[in-house]
Design a protein around this ligand. Structure first.
Ligand SMILES: NC(=O)c1ccc[n+]([C@@H]2O[C@H](COP(=O)([O-])OP(=O)(O)OC[C@H]3O[C@@H](n4cnc5c(N)ncnc54)[C@H](OP(=O)(O)O)[C@@H]3O)[C@@H](O)[C@H]2O)c1
Length: 210
């Protein structure tokens, strides 16, 4: 998403857990060492942006982790880790950065269809499903709390994307590539208005059940 938005002329700020020479080499402003589980790191980012007088048109929360589990083998430390990153992380970042938003700004939270209650027909993946369902709830709440300020919120499912996150999954699945997912997510954000705020949308354009 950073590369495609930069290519169309947007000013992109990429907050990364570590750093990204790849994005720096393309001329993208990178904010390194922003761990979404750490109050200090997130607040330092917020202060830097606020001090520079930056107002964000879009705030995209993308950080996420996946750990596979099944009943009988659930590691509750791992459940907590996925909650910290997938559910509390977006809320921590958005709360800290809300001062950088203004009427007309848009928030996108990359959650997952796997977190949909209505779409769950297979079980397992307790930590990931629960943390992404919680992220969807946080996003819907943000929609209600921010609509009075003219800020729209959309929960985003990228599709089944071949990335580091899914590298251990079977290869015979209907994968899409990151550039295709990013294109669809950007189109969803472009189309987001106050009227369509507070929904859950697949990168293919389909609206998903909670
Ligand atoms: N791939 C799929 O099929 C799929 C499907 C549905 C939803 N999603 C969601 O899409 C989003 C992007 O995932 P992806 O597939 O692109 O996987 P990915 O390549 O593993 O990207 C996840 C990113 O999150 C970052 N991250 C992890 N922990 C973090 C933390 N504590 N603070 C800040 N950043 C952190 C990672 O940084 P490092 O690289 O430095 O570790 C990585 O850049 C995730 O929210 C994921 O749940 C993916």
């Amino acid at each position: 998403m950073c590369l495609q938005l930069h290519a169309r002329g947007e000013r992109v700020i990429a907050a990364c857990l570590d750093d990204s020479q790849e994005l720096r080499d393309r001329g993208i402003h990178v904010e390194p060492h922003v761990d979404v589980t750490q109050d200090d790191a997130v607040h330092r980012l917020a202060i830097r942006l606020i001090d520079e007088g930056i107002k964000l048109d879009w705030l995209i929360s993308n950080a996420g982790v996946l750990g596979v589990d099944e009943l009988g083998q659930i590691d509750f430390q791992e459940v907590r880790r996925q909650f910290e990153i997938n559910a509390i992380g977006p809320l921590r970042v958005i709360q800290a950065l809300v001062k950088t938003l203004q009427p007309g700004s848009k928030i996108g939270i990359v959650t997952s269809r796997v977190g949909s209650l209505g779409d769950n027909s297979s079980g397992s993946m307790y930590a990931y499903r629960m943390s992404k369902a919680a992220a969807n709830m946080a996003g819907l709440n943000l929609h209600h709390d921010l609509m009075g300020r003219g800020i729209a919120v959309l929960m985003l499912h990228p599709g089944l994307v071949a990335t580091d996150l899914t590298k251990d999954f079977p290869r015979d699945m209907p994968w899409i590539q990151p550039d295709q997912a990013a294109k669809g997510l950007i189109r969803n954000m472009d189309q987001l208005t106050m009227e369509t705020s507070g929904k859950f949308r697949h990168s293919n354009g389909e609206y998903l059940p909670w």
